[in-house]
Design a protein. Sequence first.
Length: 556
Amino acid sequence: MANQLDELKSFDDDSKLVEYSEKLNELRKDGVNKVTELRQAIAAAKKNKMLDAETRVKIINNYKEQIVKAQEIAAANKAEDKRLTKEAVAYANGLAKNYQAQVKEVADKEAAVCKKDYEEAVAKIVADGQRKEQEIVNSKSDTLKEDLAAHKFEVKSALADAKSHYNNGLYRCKTAIHQAFVDHVQKNISLRNSKTNFGEDFQLGLKNYAYQFTPQKFFLANGLYIAILIFFIVCIILAPISGNGNLLSLPNILTILEQSSVRMFYALGVAGLILLAGTDLSVGRMVAMGAVCTGLILHPGTNIVTFLGLGPWDFTALPMLSRVLLSVFLSVVLCSLFTAIAGFFSAYFKMHPFISTLATQLIIYGLLFFGTSGTPVGSIDGKIKDLLGGRWILGYVGDDLITFPKLIIPAVIAIIIAWFVWNKTTFGKNMYAVGGNAEAASVSGISVFWVTLRVFIMAGIFYGFGAFFEAFKANASAGTGQGYEMDAIAACVVGGISFNGGIGKIGGAVLGVIIFTGLTYCLTFLGIDTNLQFVFKGLIILAAVSLDCVKYLKRK
């Protein structure tokens, strides 16, 4: 029975399926496949530094002429290709259904045999162990205690070996069933000339999840989120009981998203540094610097703030659009400048970002407080504040007036941009490579210096935009943004971006920000003391980092 899975005829070996594959390959050889090959050859020629310009142009033009001919062949074969593909896939689906049923039947039988063998093995080990234990006791030797201990260890080891052998057998059966489905999907993709199918992809995702699922792995990956979800459910239940109203009302949800919006910029910035196994302690000071610049420029009238004896200033003579663009520009440039300085020291001198960003934090902090004496810059112009940071009135839902926060829009745009950079660019792939193993990335031709420096600059750009919008929330001063770096870092860690580097997704950072903002809002909504809120945050951070460390140790 144990060899029946190996003796099953492979799905790909069916003669008619092989015939379909050969016919389709013949149809595509000089058509669509040739077009793909030639386009790859053109891309290679463009990158080939051994070719002079004239030769490169000649080769590329020749390839383009061949592409035209190949496209004509592809067009002529298109209808037959489509017909034959549909027929082949339909045949493969029917064949796969029978094949998978056969594999499952054999695998289930083998699993039953494995279970029976395991139970018999356990019974024999236990019986032999008891018999031998009695013999040791009857021997009344001088080393009776040691002999019994050694015997118990042998029995325990034998039981563990039997369990391991049993688990391996079950895993083999489970793998055979899963692989039968994977082979089917891969064959269909091959028949469709590498084109995927949404339905098959969805089923494959579910099958892969079920195949890899174990309770231990699930709770290790999602235990923190389950605990947080339970916390939110408790808050939702307690809110009306304590007389604070409905926590899940639409106005409350929109308020949480509004409060998350500006913080999103800081988390998106620091997420890149954590991906490189670094951090950034200067986020709060960056926020203050950018917010102060924005407040000075957008203040309606003469500002009372002076900087190093210069000022006060009045920018009202400038057109509003110019003032907005100038404030955004200064905020982004200044934040990028200081992150670039920290990035240079980290990239060139291999200085840990903890030190380089601590240094820039202190420099900015000192300059801001010395230059402004900590004086708030005052509120910004009401018109621009309402235009960019206000709310749209949507109407009433029941007795609640629903207003949509405008700050959500730039936050969503920032998320999309960050996602695109991380997932769809070479720079994003290089970030993962450097974060995972900088030495290996360097050997493979990736410039660790430039990747690190660009990640720092990208963080500065996000900080700059976030600081600009921060000025819309409160009167900015040198103390604005105090502790924001801790919230941003914690949000990223809770969102699954590993401090060990090379692991994490933008979606995790986004989720982490919303979780932390929602946590603070829920506790405030329930009237929990602000100081106690730090306790809850600290416990979540400890849990998140502990789980990350456990997962890292398991990967090693």
